[in-house]
Write a protein that binds this ligand. Structure first.
Ligand code: MG
Length: 474
């Protein structure tokens, strides 16, 4: 079975890196030096929002460089199609339904929420810190903004960022003639950041309110750069979780009106600058060959915001839904001289990063809980296929769809926003995603055996889900 499709750029221009990568295995690496780990997590960046994933007029040279020096994963998913549960999945390696971090009433945490990621959940930061890593986060948290749910309660030594979404705490009245949607677009300019009274926090203290979002991408980045420079002599985990391109959009003065793709393009191009700044810092410090950098997004593009809402490329659906555009995200891995450059078409999810990082850092996975992630390091090193064959598409606490191999069955569908109606499909809608990534052609009728197999997977999976206290409804 061919597990790996090579990128033409990588094979011609960077053959040396590929060869060097084969010389250093995970085992060798973990014996000598634990790798540094960096996750750059955009908010609502869609599958089609960057050059390497096909956007024709958003200029992303740094992300594109990551793609040809590293790995571009074309079938990589998140744990949920909205922020809070997606982030819970990323940081715990577990489906959010297991930690109570998803709900059918309130889809994410809000400023009036009392809950958060329970202290008994083990985050990536916690397990890495307990095993000798330095840890820091700059950016959006959205897993609880009160004690004991803050990043500094969950294994991060330092926190600098906005603790929830950048469109919350809105103080502006709805101006006449504007809808909720057109207002978010109108408010994305200049001084209008004051319309969102979101706090900027340093550790557990508010240091600025409202946060000046015009410079937020730049400031998150400089914070991450500072922590990398501070931690460089020890293994570190730095999590840079951008608030952008979630609406309302903001960008620094230097990026104003610079993109062919307008305001949204400016915002993505500043995130691209941020990625370049991190890569440049790692090179300057001479630690790029011992640092894995992963760039991805918490969910798909928020299509309802028109030109401020990004692009899902050829995928159907968007943020908030369980079609591919809601949960398949553009994903790049970069680790010069270590991972085999190319395009990876294997399945992966953000939940896989927990066991993968544990493997890379030579840490035993805790055995007192269910993990939904898999160690995908064999795919990174070109030594084997992805252990993942199944992806669950949850909406709130319900499984709406399941992917098994190339097939995806939708048991239920519902519009991403606005329309409350859920449609139950019997038989489920069935698509072959390898052949039909846009989910256009229902092949359920011809494939009752595949549907039966996926039904069985659903039942087996549901038997593993134990009810816990809901954190989003508190
Ligand atoms: Mg998001």
């Amino acid at each position: 079975m061919k597990t790996f499709k090579s990128n033409a750029f990588a094979m011609t221009g960077l053959l040396t890196l590929a060869v060097a990568g084969q010389k250093c295995t995970t085992a060798e690496n973990s014996k000598t030096e634990k790798p540094n780990l960096v996750i750059i997590f955009a908010d609502d960046m869609g599958y089609g929002d960057i050059g390497a994933f096909g956007h024709p007029t958003i200029n992303t040279p740094n992300l594109d460089r990551m793609a040809y020096e590293g790995q571009k994963w074309t079938q990589f998913y998140v744990a949920a199609s909205v922020s809070t549960p997606s982030r819970a999945g990323l940081l715990t390696g577990r489906l959010p339904v297991r930690s109570g971090m998803c709900s059918d009433q309130r889809r994410v945490l809000f400023p009036d929420s009392e809950g958060g990621l329970p202290p008994e959940e083990i985050t990536l930061a916690r397990i890495l810190k307990d095993n000798g890593y330095r840890t820091a986060i700059s950016g959006k948290w959205h897993l609880g903004h009160k004690y004991p749910f803050l990043p500094t309660d969950h294994g991060f030594e330092t926190y600098y960022g906005i603790p929830y979404s950048n469109d919350m705490d809105r103080v502006a009245e709805l101006p006449e003639g504007l809808t909720w949607i057109t207002m978010q677009i109108a408010l994305a300019e200049e001084e209008n950041y004051k319309a969102y009274n979101v706090p900027l926090m340093r550790d557990d203290q508010v240091i600025e309110r409202p946060a000046d979002q015009r410079t937020i991408t730049k400031r998150y980045t400089e914070e991450a750069v500072d922590r990398i420079r501070e931690f460089k002599d020890e293994p570190f985990f730095v999590y840079l979780a951008h608030s952008m391109p979630h609406i309302p959009l903001f960008r620094s003065e230097e990026f104003k009106d610079t993109s062919l793709a307008g305001f949204y393009g400016d915002v993505i191009e500043e995130i691209d600058w941020s990625v370049g700044r991190i890569m440049e810092t790692l090179r300057e410090e001479g630690i790029e060959e011992n640092t894995l950098v992963i760039v991805t997004s918490d969910n798909g593009h928020w299509h309802i915001f028109e030109t401020h809402g990004g692009f899902g490329g050829l995928l159907r659906g968007a943020k908030g839904g369980t079609f591919e555009g809601g949960m398949r995200v553009p994903t790049l891995l970069w680790w010069p001289g270590q991972i085999e450059p190319g395009v990876v078409m294997e399945l992966g999810t953000t939940m896989d990063l927990f066991p993968t990082f544990c493997k890379l850092a030579d840490i035993d996975l805790p055995d007192d809980r269910i993990y939904d992630g898999y160690d995908i390091s064999p795919v990174m090193f070109g030594t084997g296929p992805s252990p993942r064959d199944i992806v669950y598409f949850y909406r709130g606490t319900q499984v709406f769809a399941i992917r098994k191999g190339s097939y995806k069955a939708h048991f239920r569908t519902r519009p991403e926003y606005g329309d409350p109606a859920t449609t139950t499909h019997d038989p489920p809608l069935l698509y072959n995603l390898n052949i039909d990534p846009s989910e256009k052609y229902d092949i359920a009728e011809e494939n009752p055996d595949i549907i039966a197999e996926i039904q069985e997977i659903l039942e087996e999976h549901l038997a593993t889900v134990v009810p816990v206290e809901n954190q989003l409804e508190k």
